[in-house]
Design a protein around this ligand. Structure first.
Ligand code: RBV
Length: 429
């Protein structure tokens, strides 16, 4: 695929018509539950803020993401999109998107590394003026291989914790050459998408993939960040006994004070029934842990990349490997124990065969923030230097207000006297 341009999905599917219909049906369902994007879209259709812009995107291409892609295209942009994980694309949705006259979709499920990067290059070939990433692959590829495009790029937005982490490392090295909004770090993203979205969808995907119960299980949650908190809370709500592993002392203490058992992975390995990694770091579950695990355990990852469980080491230990179920690979060890890996250790809520990603409502929030961040970058781009930027709080609040209105929830506002009091420092006892 390297010597020819990578083709859009429409040129890669056999039964294109039925794929497009099914993709559109999935998108219509999502749209009915995405009031924020609906409202933002109305504004964009009326004002055409992205007229003449080219937006390059690498995200999980499924129905909810498709609504963001369409929202940006309806606002006047030419959009080129591909996946941000080889297993999370829904080909039918990708095909439906590709029918839009302002959208080209290169996303395809089950691509190998070469095709994955060829599709990223195909997006970059559109010479984007704005990038929207989930995991920073576009920003990385542009800086490494197409630095000549950077002058023409107004800015970007990043969806996920891992992407923001990579961007901050790049920024600290002085290597990030255009401004990028850390969408992940907003309250409207973190407190909902990371906590509830990851919690609900990871557990649902594991349950549907294995047909096993959470009740009575020892569930080991690695990492007690926003995602880990969500997973722990939802597993506990389904009557599992939750064990947390953490490296950060205050988070370990938080987990302890919230009623979970906290212990090193070396100890948790001996007692866990299900292991779910949410750290964003590598080598969280490694050989010494596999050696201690009970027969029949489930291993899954909810972090962005597939590096948290050391599958190479597990493969070396295994005397046999087999497909135990669709999406579950059994690794049989020399002593007869079987360890079951779900979705190849890739982020389970999107890469497992029956997974659908986060629930629609939380993605509406995250993508609402994404949409107004793109608008902000174009309206006020000259106010943002190269580097990672927090999303202006007013934008995040704008999205919260739209959601509250859609839910029919009223809330109080500060009176002038209260506002003045909060802004002053000279009121003592
Ligand atoms: N995520 N997207 C979906 N489109 O179904 N589900 C989860 C979807 C995002 C989520 O915002 C998270 O930060 C990121 O995927 C991890 O790659």
């Amino acid at each position: 695929m390297t010597d020819t341009a990578y083709p859009p999905i429409s040129e890669q599917l056999d039964d294109l018509e039925s794929a497009r219909e099914e993709g559109r049906r999935k998108m219509d369902w999502a749209a009915q539950h995405m009031p924020i994007l609906e409202s933002v879209r109305e504004e964009f259709v009326a004002n055409q803020p992205f007229e003449g812009e080219r937006i390059g995107m690498a995200m999980h291409v499924e129905a909810k993401t498709a609504m963001l892609v369409e929202t940006l295209a309806e606002g006047g942009a030419e959009v080129a999109v591909t996946g941000c994980n080889p297993l999370s694309t829904h080909d039918d949705v990708s095909a439906a998107l590709d029918t839009h006259e302002n959208i080209t979709s290169y996303a395809k499920r089950g691509v190998d590394d070469e095709e994955y990067y060829a599709a990223i290059e195909a997006v970059i070939a559109h010479e984007p003026t704005i990038t929207v990433d989930d995991g920073m692959d576009l920003v990385a590829a542009i800086h490494e291989d197409y630095p000549e495009l950077i002058d023409g790029i107004v800015g970007g937005a990043e969806e996920t914790t891992t992407g923001v982490h990579r961007l901050r490392a790049m920024d600290a090295d002085g290597a990030l050459e255009y401004p990028v909004f850390a969408v992940n770090d907003t309250p409207m993203k973190r407190l909902f998408d990371n906590v509830h979205g990851t919690g609900e969808s990871s557990l649902a995907s594991i349950a549907m993939t294995t047909n096993l119960s959470w009740a009575g299980k020892n569930v080991v949650v690695a990492g007690y960040g926003y995602c880990g908190k969500g997973v722990a809370q939802k597993a506990s709500g389904q009557n599992a006994n939750v064990i947390v592993t953490e490296v950060e002392p205050r988070r370990a203490l938080e987990a302890h004070m919230e009623g979970y058992e906290v212990m090193p992975m070396a100890e948790a390995a001996e007692v866990g029934d299900v292991f779910l990694t949410t750290t964003g770091n590598r080598d969280v579950i490694v050989e010494e842990h596999f050696e201690k695990m009970q027969d029949g355990v489930l291993l899954a990852n909810a972090g962005h990349f597939d590096i948290e469980i050391d599958l190479e080491a597990l493969d070396d230990l295994a005397v046999d490997r087999y497909e135990a179920r669709d999406g579950v690979e059994g690794y049989e060890l020399e002593d007869g124990r079987k360890l079951n890996v779900i979705a190849e250790g890739r982020l389970v809520n999107l890469a497992a065969p029956v997974s659908l990603g986060h629930p629609v409502e939380v993605m509406d929030q995250s993508f609402g923030v994404q949409a107004v961040c793109v608008r902000e970058m174009l309206e006020n781009g000259d106010q943002y230097d190269a580097g990672v930027h927090d999303v202006p709080d007013e934008l995040d609040k704008e999205i919260a207000e739209i959601k509250l209105e859609a839910e029919g929830v009223n809330h109080d506002s500060l009176t002038d006297t209260q506002r003045e009091y909060m802004d002053s420092w000279d009121h003592g006892t």
